[in-house]
Design a protein. Sequence first.
Length: 340
Amino acid sequence: MAGPEPGLELRFQRRFLAARPLHSLPWPELEQTLQTAPDSSLLQDILQKTVLHPLCVKYPPSTKYRRCFLTELIKKHESTAAEPLDELYDTLADVLKEEESTQCYKNYLLPTGDCVTLLESTAMISGGTTGLITWEAALHLSEWAMENPEVFRDRTILELGSGIGFTGIAICKTCQPKKYLFSDCHPCVLRQLGENIHLNGFIPEPGAAWAVQTEPQGQEVEAKNCQNPKLIVAELDWGSVTAEELLGLQPDVVIAADVVYDPEVISALIGMLQKLSSSTADRKPPKVFFAFTIRNPATYHLFQAQLDKVGIRWQIIPAHSNSNFLYEVQPNVTILQLFL
């Protein structure tokens, strides 16, 4: 686009497709640009790269989000002397006809040009769990992984508390792991995780004897990249899994995002890490990376204290430089490396 603010539409596109909060979008820049150069073509470009983007048309974000986005876009348009843009009003009229749903899609554009498409809940808590949406620490961990692909390349990765799959799918699409083991313990989360894996063109292989193999729910496979890496979806309860069961996994890397949110889960999580450490036998212990959003500092420090108590060393990983998914400063998100 030829205009005074090249790249503005791209920022709207990336933030819209991942359905980031409206306040994180570059509205002030757009308003200033429209005031200095009232040209409807800029708004038309933004519209085509957001609500009418092919990914958004096929896998739409929530009706509420699109309605609010278009309403705000129209406000910015009407505050200038730009010519009316019928397409903008027609698109809003179409969205207003849609019924609200308990689920929506989010499309995350990767630096490689590929994308991760997820079906997520529109509610923070759904089905008795918070695991049906993507949380900030998962975005943070995936950005760090894409800056450090050598940690994952040709390795067997075990993810604890995979949720609906963003971090693992992003790593599988960008970091070339040999095998990726998704794990969670909630039936609804495991079911949605399996659907999202299929939605992104992967077909999980049968897992270990204690694994739950999920099946697609009529989702269309978008790509034919099912050869590598090998993917397994497993039901993994930290409190009941045995060292013998963990021995069969033999992960080179263990990761987790936003799994330390409740003091009551810390004991089971650390107990599982101890079992994992004892199950390595003569093998080199896996590298372990946990990403946290520190909502309650007391819980975060309790986890560190419990690690110290059982002799698991840890260190804070420096913040990464890129921000592909997080568009606001995130001072409360950090990554710990654990040493088993």
